[in-house]
Design a protein around this ligand. Sequence first.
Ligand code: NAG
Ligand code: NAG
Length: 261
Amino acid sequence: MSRRLVNPSRRLADAGSIPFVASIQSKSRNSPVLSIGLVVVGAILLIGYCYSNSGNSSDIKDVSKLEGGGSCTAEVLQALPLLKKAYGDSMHKVLHVGPESCSVVSSLYQEEDTEAWGIEPYELDDVSSKCKSLVRKGIVRVADLKFPLPYRAKSFSLVIVSDALDYLSPRYLNRTVPELVRVSADGVVIFAGYPGQQRARGGEVAKFGRPAKLRSSSWWIRFFVQTSLEENETAGKKFEQASTKKGYKPGCQVFHLKSYA
Ligand SMILES: *[C@@H]1O[C@H](CO)[C@@H](O)[C@H](O)[C@H]1NC(C)=O
Ligand SMILES: *[C@@H]1O[C@H](CO)[C@@H](O)[C@H](O)[C@H]1NC(C)=O
């Protein structure tokens, strides 16, 4: 992972404003009329630039609003403070994998000392400019989970996956879940639907290629054993304790896996 991606807004400011000011200065010697014109245009552009910048934080909040209803990604957003309790410092570099990843990444960005990346396993359904800009900067990627992830081992402290695994057959799950574990250093948190849970989205099959297969917790636990993945009981307990304390009952199954030693 490269740190270049971390503060894209600073990069944008460097690229945008400085050459612009320089170009005003270099031209202003030639013609006073032209230079006044340029200064006026420049002022308008700079004001516009400042406005669009100061709008950033409210944009992020808008993105966080999901249509909700049956989505485990919405559940992740609610559970972030509890995950913070369970994982503490291990939340400093997070990869979220799942539909509507832009919303989770934007939320994490609001936390202090937290870097976040996202993978959208299907197409991008969030067409907001904020989301498009996260994609342009390479912070959120669209990537098919059936292939190896484009990251080195232990690239992230924590990997959080929501909804995405419900659409994979066991043949792919066998490869994908170990891949998620491979790129994590302090654990993987899986948010999966409960069997019988209603999914709010229409057009699910068209988008994901198959309907969600919502598996029972005993199915998942057997799967973890078969694929030699270990649950992290410490993290699970801490998460449960924090949930109880806050009176929060997850609408999705939550599993905590250990990273490879
Ligand atoms: C997944 O892997 C496990 C353990 O390696 C194996 O027992 C199981 O048959 C595999 N399932 C599929 C569908 O490939
Ligand atoms: C288990 O979770 C805790 C956080 O509660 C974390 O600090 C620890 O590294 C995890 N263990 C493994 C082996 O992933």
